[in-house]
Design a protein around this ligand. Sequence first.
Ligand SMILES: [Zn+2]
Length: 429
Amino acid sequence: MKTLIKGTLISPISKEEVLFLDPGYIVINNEGKIDEIYSREPDGQYPEVFDFSDKLICPGFVDIHNHLPQFTISGLYRGNLLEWLNNIVFPTEERFANAEIAEKYAREFFQAVLRNGTTTTVSYVTIHKKATDKAFEQAEKVGIRAFLGNVLMDQKAPEYLTKNSAQLLEDSEEIVKKWDGMDKGRLHYVLTPRFALSCSFDLLEGIGKLAQKYDLYIQSHLAESKAELEMVSKIYSDFENYTDIYMKAGLLTEKTIMAHCIYLNPDEIDTLNRTGTKISHCPSSNRFLQSGIMPFRKLEKAELSIGLGSDVGAGYSLSMFSEMREAIESSKMIKFLHPEKEYSPLSSIEAFYLATLGGAKALSLEDEIGSLDVGKSADFSVIDYQKLNPCNEDFFNEPENIIARMIYGGAEKYIEKVFIRGKEVFRTE
Ligand SMILES: [Zn+2]
């Protein structure tokens, strides 16, 4: 059975180019994939037709870094990264030992993610196996694309949030077997060492082996704050630098996403490039915890693949519009801080690319998600166009202006519906 969708299509093609069809038509096949895209109403009979005239059809966002248990503590500042972890994050994550709480949080979290127009989320859960299982159950139920992992820590964290490395790897393997690749790849397991500080080298090496055995995704944090860097260099004094630890443990692969990457030297950037490691840019979190500003253009110039992460709860919002805004504004700050350097801040179109195709690429899924294109999954949101342009200004109808208004106008509140694989998974009441 084929479905016809009518609306104003806006979607990235590249970092510079955008598809804009007003009106546009999408034909979706019974597998939930986009069969055709037209600029005129196609002939033929469609058993199901959705007329979204005066609405924007925008590809679902891809949030490649956030923390499920932290979404109700976002905005609660308790000092820099290490202080904040000890003061507020760890006590919150402890509560996930209770499976009922874990289930409730997961349900609320995924609904909040969808409400913001994000159709793919890459999330840390907690150390608890049962909580991670509950998160997968809820993701399966609400229909979201979810990449999830139990947080792995065997040192330098409260006892209630650590286990020995053998136990952690055993837990992970069990969850991999149950959930990785479920529902034709809608759900994936991600090996999730929190960061080098909270993991022994034995554990990191074990994770590397497991990744290889099952061809798994890996996510972690890298070079986020100066205090963290100092502690890592003390604990891992035999290694050349922070990146070298992950490298020697076998954790840097094409399926690895490293968040933050603020303080990297040229050798480290080169290592990330050689291994195909992907970067999650988390600008709101970097500012919130006073960690620093990621040198976006430097990493981009080194041809690293970069996507955007809300990093909730250090990021204060699950909205990728908000994160795009932060990405642009933080790049302007670099210009302020280094007026002597040639530096062009991010454009709205570039930020839009990062939150969609950039994220898809970071997951090596650019042939499946991240834009409205023939052969890809029909993952999109429906946004009220009139509310973005209440005075009906003609000049507004340029794709660059529309994207800028979405980013700066807080378009999440105008999202009316969200579809994944052509099926509605969220609608406003
Ligand atoms: Zn994080």
